[in-house]
Write a protein that binds this ligand. Structure first.
Ligand code: SF4
Length: 300
């Protein structure tokens, strides 16, 4: 493994590349990255990088977002099959029908959507800024796509009328309230943090509902020693690394996104060698989508 890491480091310099990794990636992939973060943090990092090549260790829509913000750069996703089932739960026809049925509503799309859906929306959001984005819109009616759990979480905290698409993350819905309560029996003093893609009754038993970036900040801030973590288990690696004196318990060992785990060190190395597979976005869609992402980046 050390040989691969050395080769990655060497090629990265030669290619003038930057490696970005999502918090859900394998630990060894996070460790060779120049920057590790959640979707919003990675979008911001992609927007300001000076590198000529971006190796994006995440899923397809994230690499697409990086390409939209950096059309002149090569954006490489080490495995093209790393998609997001949630992002595929709405298509353009379905969104257009919703818009026709609700002509006064503005469309807020979660960043977990395809370039086509973003281009047909008014503004984009991530799990860390969804409520802020919804509140920033002048219209009182919002179409929210595609995640129903994040949509319902926002709905509980806003007075706006929310028309919510019924998509869901097939990984986060397995984070069960019962499993959290069992862990709470064992670790009575543990702080419970869950992601807003979780089901409403899971969210109800949490102390904090946060994006992965939010969880990392909160774990550092709080004096507590134990935490129960309700999101994809890749985050545990970084939580432990940055807080070695604290303990982190995943709600279940099964909370793994198979798409995020498609990226391996070998695939990162091959990407650097071949500068493939490259992500491309058709220019007319890219321009429309950039407006939607830029609006979001201006909000925070
Ligand atoms: Fe998509 Fe869920 Fe995997 Fe995130 S964890 S990439 S939302 S399937």
């Amino acid at each position: 493994m050390n040989d691969i890491i050395e080769e990655i480091k060497k090629l990265k310099e030669e290619r003038k590349a930057v490696i970005l990794s999502h918090n859900y990636q394998r630990g060894e992939v996070q460790d060779i990255a120049d920057f590790v973060g959640d979707s919003l943090e990675l979008s911001r990092e992609a927007a300001k990088t000076k590198a000529e090549v971006i190796i994006f260790c995440g899923v397809h829509f994230m690499a697409e977002t990086a390409k939209i913000l950096n059309p002149e750069k090569k954006v490489i996703l080490p495995d093209l099959k790393a998609g997001c089932p949630l992002a595929n739960m709405i298509n353009l026809n379905e969104l257009n029908k919703l818009k026709e049925e609700n002509p006064k509503a503005k469309v807020v799309c979660y960043i977990n959507t395809s370039a086509q859906i973003k281009a047909a929306s008014d503004i984009c959001c991530t799990s860390s800024n969804a409520l802020k984005v919804v509140e920033s819109i002048s219209s009182d009616e919002i179409i929210f796509v595609p995640d129903m759990n994040l949509g319902n979480f926002v709905k509980k905290n806003t007075k706006k009328k929310m028309i919510i698409w019924q998509g869901f993350c097939p990984t986060h819905i397995w984070i069960k309230k019962e499993d959290i309560l069992k862990l709470k029996e064992r670790y009575k003093d543990a702080v419970v943090m869950v992601h807003p893609e979780c089901l409403p009754d899971t969210i109800e038993v949490a102390d904090y509902v946060l994006s992965t970036g939010g969880m990392l900040k909160k774990a550092k801030e709080l004096g507590s020693k134990r935490f129960i973590i309700g999101t994809e288990n890749g985050i545990i690696h970084r939580l432990k690394k940055e807080n070695p004196e604290k303990e982190f318990y995943p709600v279940s060992k099964k909370i793994i996104c198979p798409n995020m785990k498609r990226i391996t060190l070998n695939k990162v190395l091959n990407s650097l060698k071949n500068l493939k597979p490259e992500i491309d976005v058709e220019e007319s869609i890219r321009i429309k989508e950039k407006v939607v992402i830029d609006k979001m980046l201006e909000i925070l």
